[in-house]
Design a protein around this ligand. Structure first.
Ligand SMILES: Nc1ncnc2c1ncn2[C@@H]1O[C@H](COP(=O)(O)OP(=O)(O)O)[C@@H](O)[C@H]1O
Ligand SMILES: [Mg+2]
Length: 292
C-alpha cells in the first residue's frame, strides 16, 4: 500500500488519508482548486478502440500539468484498464479497491511521471464492465470527491457506446471525442456523437483527429462530420437544438509515439520536441483558453 501524495496535490486535511467506507467522505477536506470550486471534468472517448485515447489522456495531462494546473487522470475504462501499463506504474491500490472500501481514495491516487495524478483501475475485471447501480453510485461518488481538488479531471474512457462508457461520459462536463482518419473510426465516431447528442443532450463536442498524415486533415474530417450531423442529427434533437463539433486540433502520426509507448513512457517526457508532443501542447493551451 502507498500513502504517498502526489506532489501537486493540496496539503492533507482532516478528511484526507483517513480510512472510511464512503469514497466521498474520504476526500471531503481540501479547499477548492485554482479558478473555481470544481475541476473541469473532461471525458476522452471514442467510437472505435485503439485510436489513441489513453495516449492522449496521459500526454494531455502532462501538457496541462506543465502549465501549472493540477490534473488527475482517472482510468475510466473500467473493464479493460491499461493506463497503468502506459505509465509504467504498478499500483497496489486501484479504483476497484476504493469501490470495495479496501483502500481510501487518497491511498489509490498516485503521482504519475508527467507531474499529474492518476487513479488507476485494474484490468480484466468483468464485474466492472457492466453498469450496475453499485458501479454507477461509486464512480459518481469518486468523481464528486476528487473534482474539488483539481483543476482538471480527465476520464480515459473505454471505446464505443456501451452503457458503462456512456455513464462515465455522462459524468463529465465536457467531451473530447477522439478519432483517427480511417473510415471505420469515422463511422464509429459518428455513431458516438449521435448517441451523445440524443441521449445526453450534448450540444457541443470537441474533436481530436489523431494519427493524421498531413496538417489540415483534421479540419476537413471535422467539417465532413459536421455536415453529416447537421443533416441527420441536429434535426432530430429533442429539445430542438444544434450539435456543434469543435475541432480542438489534430495530432500527426509520429514514430516517436510508438517509441515512447514501447518504453512505457510519455512522449511529452521522452521526446517533448517531436511533432505529436508539440501538437499536444497546442491542444492543452486551446483547451485551457476555451472554458467550458
Ligand atoms: N499520433 C500517433 N502516432 C503514432 N502512433 C500512435 C499515435 N496515437 C496512438 N498511436 C498508437 O496507437 C496505439 C493505441 O493507442 P491507445 O491510446 O492505447 O488507444 P485507445 O486508448 O484509444 O484504445 C498506441 O499504443 C500507439 O502505438
Ligand atoms: Mg485506452
Amino acid at each position: 500500500m502507498t500513502a504517498d501524495r502526489p506532489p501537486q496535490d493540496p496539503p492533507a486535511s482532516a478528511g484526507a488519508g483517513s480510512p472510511g467506507p464512503a469514497a466521498a467522505a474520504a476526500l471531503s477536506g481540501p479547499g477548492p482548486a485554482k479558478g473555481g470550486p470544481r475541476a473541469r471534468v473532461l471525458a476522452i472517448t471514442s467510437g472505435k478502440g485503439g485510436v489513441g485515447k489513453t495516449f492522449i489522456s496521459a500526454n494531455l495531462a502532462a501538457a496541462l500539468a506543465r502549465r501549472g494546473d493540477r490534473v488527475l487522470v482517472l482510468d475510466a475504462d473500467l473493464g479493460l484498464a491499461n493506463l497503468d501499463v502506459a505509465l509504467n506504474l504498478a499500483p497496489t491500490a486501484t479504483l476497484h479497491d476504493v469501490f470495495n472500501d479496501r483502500f481510501t481514495l487518497d491511498e489509490a491516487i498516485l503521482p504519475a511521471p508527467g507531474g499529474f495524478s492518476v487513479l488507476l483501475a485494474g484490468s480484466g475485471l468483468v464485474e466492472y464492465s457492466r453498469l450496475t447501480a453499485d458501479v454507477r453510485d461509486k464512480l459518481t461518488a469518486v468523481i464528486d470527491a476528487v473534482a474539488p481538488r483539481y483543476d482538471w479531471v480527465l476520464l480515459d474512457t473505454g471505446a464505443g457506446i456501451s452503457d458503462v462508457v456512456l455513464y462515465a461520459v455522462s459524468l463529465a462536463t465536457e467531451v473530447l471525442l477522439v478519432t483517427s482518419p480511417e473510415p471505420t473510426a469515422l463511422t464509429d465516431a459518428y455513431a458516438t456523437l449521435k448517441v451523445l447528442a440524443t441521449q445526453q443532450q450534448r450540444r457541443r463536442i470537441r474533436m481530436v483527429i489523431n494519427q493524421v498524415l498531413r496538417s489540415g486533415e483534421g479540419r476537413a474530417i471535422c467539417a465532413q462530420l459536421q455536415l453529416v450531423a447537421d443533416r441527420y442529427v441536429s434535426p432530430t434533437l429533442q429539445p430542438s437544438g444544434h450539435l456543434s463539433l469543435q475541432l480542438l486540433g489534430d495530432i500527426p502520426t509520429d514514430a516517436s509515439v510508438r517509441e515512447a509507448v514501447k518504453r512505457r513512457a510519455l512522449v511529452m517526457e521522452m521526446l517533448p520536441g517531436c511533432d505529436a508532443a508539440r501538437a499536444l501542447v497546442t491542444l492543452a493551451s486551446r483547451l485551457a483558453d476555451d472554458p467550458a
